[in-house]
Design a protein around this ligand. Structure first.
Ligand SMILES: Nc1nc2c(c(=O)[nH]1)N[C@H]1C(S)=C(S)[C@@H](COP(=O)(O)O)O[C@H]1N2
Ligand SMILES: [Mo]
Length: 185
C-alpha cells in the first residue's frame, strides 16, 4: 500500500511550522478545560492531565504544504478518554480545539473518537518540545496537520461546527490527505 499521500514529499527531519510565536509554558497557571455540551465540565492542571490514562500511538504526519514524516511516536491521552470524563450531551456533534494565541481547529466527534487521536505531551519518549506544541498538542493522523493544534488549552463540544483558524482562511475542513483535500473551494 502507498504510504505517502498524493503530492507529498517525505522528510526525515521534523520541520517546525506555525503562525505566531511559541507561547511560554507556566505550569502554575496552565490548565486544560473542557466545556460546552457536556454533562460535566472539567478543568485540569498539568499534573492532573499527566495522571490521566495514557496511550502511545505511532503515526504519520502530513502537512498541507507538502511534507510528510513517518513513524512519529506520540504519547498522551486519547480524545475519547477525555470525552468519557465529561460525557458529551446527545446533541453534541463537533468539538472545537482551542490553543494559546487564538489558534483553533474543529472536527466531528465521529473523527475525534478514533483510537489514534491523542492530546500528546511526549514525543519519542521525551517531553514534547515547545516548538512542536509542548506542553500539549492534538494529533489527528488521518488529517492534514493543521488539525493537529499545538499548545492546546481548551475543548468545546458543540452542536454546529465552529470553523478553525486555517479553515476560515480557505483550507479544507475535511482535510483528508489521501483525497488531497487541501483547499475549501
Ligand atoms: N497553535 C498552532 N498549532 C498549529 C499550527 C499553528 O499555526 N498554531 N500550525 C499547524 C500546521 S499547518 C502544521 S503543519 C503543524 C506543524 O507542526 P510541527 O511544527 O510540530 O511540525 O502544526 C499545526 N498546529
Ligand atoms: Mo501545515
Amino acid at each position: 500500500m502507498q504510504r505517502l499521500p498524493p503530492n507529498q514529499r517525505l522528510k526525515t527531519d521534523f520541520p517546525v511550522l506555525h503562525f505566531g510565536k511559541v507561547p511560554e509554558f507556566d505550569k502554575k497557571t496552565w490548565d486544560f478545560r473542557v466545556e460546552g455540551l457536556v454533562e460535566k465540565t472539567i478543568r485540569l492542571t498539568y499534573d492532573e492531565f499527566l495522571a490521566l490514562e495514557k496511550t502511545v500511538d505511532v503515526s504519520d504526519f502530513h502537512c498541507v504544504t507538502g511534507w510528510s514524516r513517518f513513524d512519529n511516536k506520540w504519547e498522551g491521552v486519547r480524545f475519547r478518554d477525555i470525552a468519557k470524563l465529561v460525557k458529551p450531551k446527545s446533541n453534541a456533534r463537533f468539538a472545537t480545539i482551542e490553543a494559546e494565541g487564538g489558534y483553533s481547529t474543529s472536527l466531528p466527534l465521529a473523527e475525534l473518537m478514533g483510537p489514534d487521536v491523542l492530546f500528546a505531551y511526549n514525543f519519542d519518549d521525551k517531553p514534547l518540545e515547545p516548538m512542536h506544541g509542548g506542553p500539549l498538542r492534538l494529533v489527528v493522523p488521518k488529517k492534514y496537520a493543521y488539525k493537529c493544534a499545538k499548545w492546546v488549552r481548551k475543548v468545546v463540544f458543540t452542536e454546529e461546527q465552529e470553523f478553525g483558524f486555517w479553515e476560515q482562511r480557505g483550507y479544507s475542513d475535511s482535510a483528508d490527505p489521501w483525497k488531497e483535500e487541501r483547499y475549501s473551494y
